[in-house]
Design a protein around this ligand. Structure first.
Ligand code: HEC
Ligand code: HEC
Ligand code: HEC
Ligand code: HEC
Ligand code: HEC
Ligand code: HEC
Length: 395
């Protein structure tokens, strides 16, 4: 017995060394951390129609039917062996809505998902499911990302390798690796648990999550603080803590860099919007005139307009030398909003923002600004959109 223990010892040392060395070389070769299913939020999948059959919670079978012979299924082989049609670009019947909706969700116990405004801004809940966010049903002025537009755009970039049969949600989420992102949890690599992937990393970097590690590890600007040193996190409701975590971190080191997920290919140039029935304008968040679109003061451009009138409010200072750079998610929801243009309902600690008519942004902009009279009755304008917006010189 004793002899056996001793002879095993060098083997264990050898195996441990091999493991450490291979992980080391793997890191050298790839840099980024390949996310695992076992660390994803979907280890909680539990489909009600099969939960009594003895499958462990988290088993792939809660989404895929290997044999199409499971009780309660339609016995029809759907794309990717899913238990229901993928309906890749349907706004209402998308496969993911089998669980991520209210009444009729097949997840045992159902799932509640809130907006960015609530989870990270601390605001009042507007939607409680992903289905509701994509189908806000209060038109106008409510808005949502059109899933067919999202998928079309992704498919149109050949190098991304999406096809018309892929699910539109997977352009921003990998169903096999997406992590629970709320409450914000800083991980061992110094990134955060994150639900999103970069749309362009569908191919070789399929298992990279966006925001789970800082640039120092992956070589990419995955955190907002990697992309700019000039990020200032907005307040959460209460105005004593900051987004997204509700703590004192303000430099964006706990926020995935959404500028890098929203802009490349999708919002760097014009993209068609069914909701608007028109092309959306390009968003230039850089300081480069060579990029499409007008450079924005909310991005890396210091537009030289004077803030000496005290036009930004805390936590932003009126220091003209401080060129603040905002995150797209400081103003926009990713899925849908009761406001137009996916504009958030809770911004910089100001809650229940309601934009009742096209272009009436006074309530919204005053979450971060004083809007004073510039000598032209500025505060009495009702429609701000004629002079303000991404592609005006005053944004
Ligand atoms: C939350 C639901 C869900 C769970 C759980 C899930 N999958 Fe999937 N899987 C999908 C969806 C949706 C697709 C189709 C993606 C698309 O539209 O391209 C897919 C696609 C696949 C594919 C096709 C190749 C690819 O990656 O696109 C494979 C293989 C696969 N899943 C394996 C697994 C395995 C193995 C497990 C368990 C460890 C698992 N899946 C768990 C939803 C799920
Ligand atoms: C254009 C990109 C995009 C698309 C398309 C998209 N999402 Fe998201 N989703 C995001 C971003 C960004 C977040 C992280 C911010 C957040 O949690 O609000 C997120 C967060 C989530 C979350 C976590 C919400 C929570 O409670 O924190 C769920 C669940 C989710 N998405 C499901 C879906 C489903 C289902 C679809 C398709 C019907 C979908 N998403 C399509 C960008 C997208
Ligand atoms: C069989 C049910 C089921 C299906 C189908 C399903 N999900 Fe989920 N999803 C869940 C459960 C359960 C969770 C974990 C919820 C929790 O932790 O509270 C979850 C969590 C998530 C999260 C992380 C949310 C968070 O809390 O931060 C994302 C993102 C997500 N799902 C996206 C998708 C996408 C995209 C699809 C379609 C490709 C999909 N889901 C299909 C059951 C499902
Ligand atoms: C300071 C708040 C704010 C920030 C930050 C912000 N947006 Fe916007 N966005 C708006 C407002 C207001 C509108 C509606 C006016 C307009 O069209 O420009 C809008 C409209 C848009 C449109 C539609 C443009 C059009 O008119 O066709 C897109 C696309 C967009 N935003 C993407 C982004 C992206 C991508 C980012 C991050 C790089 C971002 N936004 C950051 C406030 C913001
Ligand atoms: C989340 C906070 C936030 C929101 C919401 C916001 N802004 Fe700003 N805005 C800022 C900050 C911070 C600056 C300063 C940027 C800099 O330092 O370069 C700024 C700068 C500007 C400037 C340039 C002023 C100058 O002197 O450089 C204009 C114009 C402007 N915002 C208009 C708007 C309008 C119009 C809205 C509403 C549609 C809006 N902003 C919403 C935070 C915000
Ligand atoms: C007729 C054009 C016009 C209209 C309409 C207009 N603005 Fe402005 N606004 C301007 C100009 C020009 C500036 C830049 C002034 C400067 O700093 O030199 C400005 C500046 C601003 C700023 C930035 C202040 C700062 O320096 O931080 C905000 C915020 C703002 N406007 C909000 C609004 C809101 C809200 C509305 C609608 C209620 C609105 N504006 C309507 C022309 C307009």
């Amino acid at each position: 017995m004793e002899g056996k223990k001793i002879s095993l010892f060098p083997v264990i040392i050898l195996l441990t060394t091999l493991l450490v060395v291979s992980v080391f070389f793997y890191k050298l070769a790839f840099g980024w951390y390949p996310a695992k299913y076992t660390e994803s939020a979907h280890v909680g999948v539990n489909r009600s129609t099969i939960s009594s059959l003895g499958y462990a919670v988290g088993n792939c079978v809660h989404c895929h039917e290997q044999h199409a012979s499971i009780e309660g299924s339609s016995h029809t082989p759907y794309d990717f062996s899913l238990f229901a049609p993928n309906n890749p670009d349907s706004q209402t019947a998308n496969f993911c809505f089998q669980c991520h909706k209210g009444a009729g969700s097949v997840q045992v116990g159902g799932i509640t998902n809130y907006t960015f405004s609530k989870n990270f801004g601390g605001g009042t809940a507007t939607f409680t499911t992903i289905y509701d966010a994509f189908n806000p049903g209060i038109e106008p002025p409510a808005s949502s990302h059109n899933l067919a537009d999202v998928l079309n755009r992704a498919v149109s970039k050949a190098a991304w390798l999406y096809t018309a049969n892929d699910n539109a949600c997977i352009v921003c989420h990998n169903p096999h690796t997406a992590q629970r992102n709320y409450p914000v949890t800083v991980n061992a690599m110094g990134g955060v648990n994150t639900a999103v992937r970069k749309p362009g990393q569908h191919d070789d970097a399929d298992y990279n999550l966006w925001g789970d590690e800082p640039k120092a590890t992956s070589g990419w600007n995955e955190m907002m603080s990697d992309w700019t040193a000039n990020y200032q996190a907005p307040y959460r409701v209460g105005k004593t803590t900051y987004e997204p975590a509700g703590d004192q971190t303000t430099n964006g080191s706990n926020l995935p860099c959404f500028v890098q997920t929203c802009r490349p290919w999708c919002h760097r140039t014009t993209v068609y919007s069914t909701e608007r029935g028109a092309n959306l304008e390009p968003i230039n968040w850089t300081n480069l005139t060579s990029e499409p679109g007008t450079r924005s003061a909310h991005g890396k451009f210091a537009n030289g307009l004077s803030k000496t009138g005290g036009w930004t409010i805390a936590p932003y200072t009126d220091d003209d030398t401080r060129n603040y750079v905002l995150s797209c998610t400081d103003c926009h929801e990713p899925h849908g909003s009761t406001n137009e243009w996916l504009l958030r309902t809770c911004v910089n600690g100001k809650d229940n923002i309601s934009i009742t008519e096209d272009g009436r942004w006074y309530e919204f902009c005053t979450a971060c600004h004083y809007v004073k009279d510039f000598g032209s009755n500025h505060e009495t304008y009702v429609d701000c959109s004629g002079c303000h917006g991404h592609n005006t010189p005053y944004f």
